[in-house]
Design a binder for this molecule. Structure first.
Ligand SMILES: [Zn+2]
Length: 61
């Protein structure tokens, strides 16, 4: 089964946060919460959102 992983560093932050899930749809809400509390992104601009989505990668086993 494919797992997905998001690393905050892949989205351009010097941050060690990472989160895994079974689908990007499962990860993105967690990324939004992290961005809010860790990076003060209360409103995520479209461009940033695209960066976050692009940073969700398939996890190599
Ligand atoms: Zn972060």
């Amino acid at each position: 089964m494919v797992r997905y992983i998001f690393r905050c560093s892949d989205a351009g932050y010097q941050c060690s946060y990472e989160v895994e899930g079974n689908s990007p749809d499962e990860i993105i809400p967690k990324v939004k919460i992290h961005a809010k509390y860790a990076h003060n992104l209360f409103e995520i601009p479209d461009e940033k959102m695209k960066q976050f989505q692009a940073a969700v990668k398939e996890k190599k086993q």
